[in-house]
Write a protein that binds this ligand. Structure first.
Ligand SMILES: C[S@@+](CC[C@H](N)C(=O)[O-])C[C@H]1O[C@@H](n2cnc3c(N)ncnc32)[C@H](O)[C@@H]1O
Length: 213
């Protein structure tokens, strides 16, 4: 089976083109929601080709991480074009080579629908570890729609999503939150019953262990 790294190395050069209808039809209007009310040092986990860069708050310092060097190269190019300084690193979200409590906020768009369920607690805990107490994590994620027609369409679409991106609509990200030590603040649909904005908060209690795996 192809690994996530191999998939994104393979698809990086086509990624923006393949995603274009979704980017302009769906994502552009919801990406700003990731950054509402957040500032300071921000982690963009699974930064991909840097599609969130135009929406980074002007005075923030953003660090983007991704498994795929080819995706990161595209993010670097986008940052340069936009005249935006972004620190980019090749890193696995389940093993962040970053100090505890070093970020004011974190975002991840369409990363958790790529991460298999069995790696999600590790990823959430690791992001929680690097967030300052009270720091916000915002996610944009696909879920499987409930309505019969949409659900049938999603199932038709799923084999391509799985083959091309290693993604699925069937992840249970919210169910992993209690085990991660993060607090669920809000979860709401922002595109039909298909894409959710999930807001989480790192524990405010000083000195509390954030449980590195
Ligand atoms: C579907 S793309 C989303 C990219 C971008 N966030 C966006 O909104 O367009 C998922 C990205 O997550 C990255 N990724 C997958 N698993 C990862 C992991 N364990 N750690 C870091 N990045 C990962 C992939 O390489 C890919 O660039």
């Amino acid at each position: 089976m192809r690994s996530t790294l191999e998939r994104y190395q393979r698809i990086a050069s086509l990624y923006d083109l393949l995603d274009l209808p979704f980017e302009y039809g769906r994502y552009r209007r919801i990406r700003p929601l990731l950054f509402q009310g957040v500032s300071g040092r921000i982690l963009d986990a699974g930064v991909g080709t840097g599609r969130n860069i135009p929406f980074y708050p002007p005075d923030s310092q953003v660090v983007g991480i991704d498994l795929s060097p080819a995706m990161l190269a595209r993010a670097a190019r986008r940052a340069r074009k936009l005249g935006r300084s972004v620190e980019l690193h090749r890193m696995d979200v389940t093993r962040l080579d970053m100090p505890d409590r070093s970020f004011d906020a974190a975002v991840a768009s369409f990363l958790f629908c790529v991460l298999p369920d069995e790696r999600q607690v590790a990823a959430l805990r690791e992001i929680g570890r690097v967030l300052k107490p009270g720091g916000i994590l915002r996610l944009l994620e696909y879920v499987r729609p409930k309505g019969a027609l949409r659900s049938a369409l999603a199932r038709l679409w799923e084999p391509w999503m799985a083959w091309a991106y290693g993604a699925g609509f069937d992840r249970h990200t919210e169910q992993h939150v209690p085990e991660s030590g993060l607090e669920l603040l809000e979860s709401r649909f922002v595109v039909d019953d298909l894409i959710k904005l999930i807001s989480l908060r790192a524990s405010e209690i000083k000195g509390e262990s954030k449980g590195r795996l």
